[in-house]
Each structure stands twice: as structure tokens, then as C-alpha cells.
Design a protein. Structure first.
Length: 317
């Protein structure tokens, strides 16, 4: 896009949305953009970035994009089923991300979809019940890293990090190189609601791997992965471990630390369900930094066996 055209485009969209709260989709030829979006989805599917189910849903629900110019009309046309409303929202959200990438609008379209979702009180798709929850075993976690490593080292490293830290994937994505300290703590920052992890606890072996990766000159985020390789790796893992998921690693982590003798309050802090004020009941008359370092040493001891096993799984040929 030529600079002059870009300046005009961005000025039109950004200024109106920020100052007058104008709907950015009202300025587009939606039908034309939808055709380009479908072509992009097909191309991405051929590269393995989307599953057949996602492609099917996108093509089925993208028809609702024509109503984005009018919120009232969109509300009237949305299906009644909450599950279908969620799928429509997912499709429109991906459509918005596509437009943001195409026009380099820094999240302008996607932010509008988020505001729309909140205003209409919509929720993301509800997952179908999967029956009784099956907890991952120690050996299954190790095996998942080995399987992922066959496809992508980065995906294997991400699984390793989620298993030992107990963080949510969205929190792991916020970890940057400059936030990782030599003590094995990475500051994440406070989040709203119950999702308020302040730190990522990094055991010694994982910290050593990160230092090695850093020396390789990797400039992206420590746990950044290619969606294409991530999809392939997870598909391969689920062929052998059907109940595997990133969130299952969080359940595994909590159970593992509990079996190693850590009390619930400390596990809640490590996994981001509690503030540091909860820990002060167990570490009396200490400042926050001292509390953190004592908890970190206790965590390192509890997680040692898992850290060693995952380190060997990632390192061994």
C-alpha cells in the first residue's frame, strides 16, 4: 500500500473510531473483503494452519460479516443458539484479524469486534462436553514433549514451559527476554479478574535452555511458535494422547506440586490465582522479594524431577 494511501486510510479509520466511535467496517466493501478472506483461509488450510472443521465453520458463518456495518441488524440476524453465536463471533474475529494484517491497522478491526462482543453480551463458542476429565500422567507429559520435538523444537519448549510453570498459554505469550531474571523469575504483570499471574517460575534446567536459545540470537519471544507447526505437533500428540491439551498441563502442574507437598495457597500464587498477600500468611515478617525467593527455592525442589525429565526429553536425540 502506497504511503499516501496508507496515511489517508489509517487517518480515516483510526481518528474516526477513536474520536467519534465510528464503526470501521462501515468504510469497507464487505463482500469483496469476504471473498479475499475465504481465499486466504483456503491457502492457510493447504499449509496446515487450519483444520477442516475451522475452515468449514469460517465459510459457513462468514456470511454474517455483511451485517457488521449495522450493530442492530447484526443483533437481529444472529442465530439464537449460544453455541452458534460463539462460532459466528469466532469467525468475525478471524475476519477482523485478517483485515488488520491486510491494512496494517494495529488491531483496529479486532478491537471493534471485542467491543461488539461485550456490548451484545456474547461469549466465545462453548466446547462440547468431553466426558470425564482425564488427568495427564507424568509419562504422558514427557512423551508429549518428545513427540512435539519431532515436529518443532519451539512447540516442545512451549509444552515444557507450560508443564513446569502451570501458566495459561495467554500468560506464557507475555513473557519476553528482558523480563526473565537470572533468578528464574519472569515478571508478567497483573491481569484483570482471576487471571492475575505476576510471575512465571522457571526451574534451573529450563532456564539453562532459555539462555542457550538466547545465545542463538533468537529475537522473537522465548515461547513464540509457528501456528502451522503448532497445529501439526498437537495433532500428532493427540493421535497417541487423545486427552492432551495445553490446559491439561495446567491441571497436571497443580496436581504434581500438590503431591510434592506444596500447600494450595502457594500453588495458587504460582499459577496466578492469588496475590502475594496470600503468601504473607505463610511467610511472616518478610518483604515481598524475600518471600518470592523462598518460594522459588521451594518450587525448584518440588519441580526438580519433572524439570530433569523434560530437560532430558528435549535434549536427547
Amino acid at each position: 500500500m502506497e504511503q499516501a494511501a496508507w496515511n489517508k486510510f489509517y487517518g480515516l479509520f483510526h481518528n474516526k473510531v477513536q474520536q467519534n466511535r465510528t464503526n470501521p467496517f462501515s468504510q469497507l466493501d464487505i463482500e469483496k473483503e469476504v471473498k479475499e478472506f475465504i481465499r486466504w483461509v483456503d491457502e492457510a488450510a493447504e499449509k496446515g494452519k487450519f483444520s477442516r472443521k475451522y475452515v468449514s465453520d469460517f465459510k459457513r458463518y462468514i456470511k454474517y460479516a455483511v451485517y457488521l456495518k449495522d450493530m442492530l441488524e447484526l443483533t437481529n440476524e444472529l442465530p439464537l443458539s449460544p453455541d452458534m453465536q460463539g462460532k459466528v463471533l469466532k469467525t468475525l474475529s478471524n475476519f477482523a484479524k485478517f483485515l488488520d494484517r491486510k491494512y496494517d491497522t494495529d488491531g483496529l478491526f479486532h478491537d471493534f469486534i471485542i467491543k461488539l462482543r461485550r456490548k451484545l453480551g456474547l461469549k466465545w463458542c462453548r466446547r462440547e462436553p468431553e466426558g470425564i476429565h482425564v488427568l495427564l500422567s507424568f509419562n504422558e507429559v514427557i512423551e508429549s514433549v518428545k513427540i512435539a520435538k519431532e515436529v518443532s523444537f519451539s512447540v516442545a519448549l512451549k509444552i515444557y514451559a507450560l508443564a513446569v510453570s502451570g501458566l495459561r498459554p495467554i500468560e506464557l505469550r507475555e513473557v519476553t527476554w528482558d523480563r526473565i531474571s537470572d533468578d528464574g523469575l519472569a515478571f508478567i504483570g497483573k491481569r484483570k479478574g482471576t487471571k492475575r499471574s505476576n510471575f512465571m517460575f522457571i526451574p534451573p534446567n529450563l532456564l539453562a535452555i532459555l539462555k542457550q536459545v538466547r545465545e542463538w540470537g533468537i529475537k522473537s519471544k522465548p515461547f513464540g511458535v509457528s501456528r502451522e507447526y503448532e497445529f501439526k505437533a498437537l495433532s500428532k500428540i493427540r493421535e497417541r494422547i487423545p486427552h492432551f491439551s495445553y490446559y491439561a498441563l495446567r491441571h497436571f502442574n497443580a496436581t504434581y506440586l500438590s503431591m510434592k507437598g506444596m500447600i494450595d495457597a502457594k500453588i495458587d500464587f504460582i499459577q496466578g490465582r492469588a496475590s502475594i498477600s496470600v503468601l504473607r500468611k505463610h511467610y511472616l515478617h518478610m518483604d515481598d522479594k524475600t518471600i518470592l525467593m523462598l518460594l522459588k527455592r521451594e518450587y525448584d525442589e518440588a519441580i526438580k524431577e519433572l524439570d530433569n525429565a523434560l530437560f532430558n526429553a528435549l535434549r536427547d536425540p
